[in-house]
Design a protein around this ligand. Structure first.
Ligand SMILES: O=C(O)C1=C[C@@H](OP(=O)(O)O)[C@@H](O)[C@H](O)C1
Ligand SMILES: C=C(OP(=O)(O)O)C(=O)O
Length: 415
């Protein structure tokens, strides 16, 4: 099997969340062009609208009509979106008063939020975990974010930092954040790009200190780029089976998962940039294993692990401790499913080792309710000629509702 074609990935989930928050906080009407419409971004739309601003569909855009933020009339259900609940925790402090209760699905209620709540408290916000264990449901008191200086440990998630940064322009005194041990750092660059586009003023020293001035956001038009995290699946497939794929519209804003380009290149594929934000992946279909550090691009773990199955030799992936805290315990889920299909994998605290899959077994893979596990094994199954099946699941609608359709468009039967 070889794949040749043109492919337009869905819009970036991370940029959609960020642009919606900044647009809702701006002092006038903004337009977010090419937003991702998926379970997670709709959770953000609903959460923001529950506090007053209107986010209206207009063709391929969302028009944001900001208003003073008021406490929601009901609990806010963030579904399974970590980005949503974490971004909303800071936003809720900007409501006029009362309390906002943020909750979500079963897995989201297991995911940690403690360091974010702690940093918000240092900034004068009352933000607590209902069960006192740092996990949702969260209760946030409105009345404004006084601001000042806070220290935050971000070794579990960069979203703690992005959350505070995004709401900080609307704080009373401005915010200084001193950050230690941050993972997934490129996501904070994405946050700052959006803040800049909406006219916020800040200073930074690397990934250790950020100072945001009060002054709010200016309304603007923001175009969401294509999503490297989603594009990584068809790119990996083409690299593994051979062929040539032009990927359009990825843009040149910072995206953590643009790291897939370096991974594919070092495994033996060629990736060329053609013009503004387009890339072409070319491969003869024989990849070799390698060693990768995914500390700053954790969402690539499932697809890189699957590439390890499809490449010769051994692949070692480091910097993955924080991927245990996502939609599933991803390293554990990957090892279980790799073994189920006849592969061999070993796991340490912060690393995963995968061997080339020589004799795949007929099996039905369980996605553990995790969109990225589903999409990664769909790639593996397609590359191995449909050797194993995936238990029916719609987990992919979290970030990529058109996944099955797009894969079929590339000529694959993955169901
Ligand atoms: O800020 C963001 O848009 C994201 C940050 C990352 O999370 P962590 O910072 O928790 O690793 C990533 O895994 C998630 O899918 C999206
Ligand atoms: C971890 C993810 O998202 P979130 O943290 O927003 O739930 C993801 O999309 O892989």
């Amino acid at each position: 099997m070889r794949i040749t074609g043109d492919y337009v990935p869905p819009p970036s989930k991370s940029y959609t969340h960020r642009a919606l928050v900044a647009a809702a906080l701006a002092d006038g009407e903004s337009r977010v062009e090419n937003p991702l419409i998926s379970d997670d971004t709709l959770a953000t739309v609903n959460a923001i609208e529950s506090m007053g601003p209107r986010l209206l569909r207009d063709g391929d855009s969302i028009i944001a009509r900001p208003s003073a933020l008021s406490p929601p009339g009901d609990v806010v259900n963030c579904g399974e979106s970590g980005t949503t609940i974490r971004f909303m925790a800071s936003l809720a402090s900007l409501t006029s008063g009362g309390y906002t209760i943020l909750t979500g699905g079963p897995r989201l209620r297991e995911r940690p939020m403690g360091p974010l709540l702690d940093a918000l408290s240092q900034l004068g916000v009352r933000a607590e975990s209902a069960r006192g264990d740092g996990r949702p449901p969260l209760i946030v008191r409105g009345g404004g974010m006084p601001g000042g200086s806070a220290e935050i440990a971000a070794s579990e998630s960069s979203q703690y930092v992005s959350s505070i940064l995004l709401s900080a322009p609307r704080s009373r005194d401005g915010v200084e954040l001193r950050v230690s041990g941050m993972v997934s750092r490129t996501y904070v660059d994405a946050t700052l790009s959006v803040m800049e586009a909406f006219g916020a003023r800040y200073e930074r020293s690397g990934y250790e200190r950020f100072a945001v001035e009060p002054g709010g956001y200016r309304p603007t038009t923001f175009a969401v780029p294509g999503d490297y995290s989603s594009a990584a699946y068809p790119m990996a497939l083409v690299a593994a089976v051979g062929g040539s794929l032009a990927v359009r519209g990825l843009g040149d804003l910072p995206q953590a998962d643009a790291e897939i380009v370096r991974v594919l290149e070092s495994m033996g594929a060629s990736v060329r940039r053609i013009g503004h934000g387009d890339v072409v992946v070319e491969s003869r279909g024989s990849l070799r294993g390698g060693e990768f550090d995914l500390r700053d691009s954790p969402d690539l773990l499932p697809v890189v692990a699957v590439l390890g199955l499809l490449a010769s030799g051994r692949t070692v992936i480091r910097g993955i401790a924080h991927t245990r805290l996502k939609e599933s315990d991803r390293p554990a889920a990957l090892v279980e499913e790799i073994r189920r299909i006849g592969g061999s994998a070993a796991l340490g605290d912060d690393w995963l080792e995968v061997e080339e899959l020589r004799s795949p077994r007929d099996a039905v893979v369980d996605d553990h309710g995790d969109h990225r596990i589903f999409m990664a094994f769909a790639v593996a199954s397609a590359a191995l000629g449909g050797r194993f099946a995936l238990a029916r699941s719609r987990s992919y609608t979290k970030s990529y509702p058109g996944f099955i359709e797009d894969m079929m468009h590339l000529g694959l039967e993955i169901y």
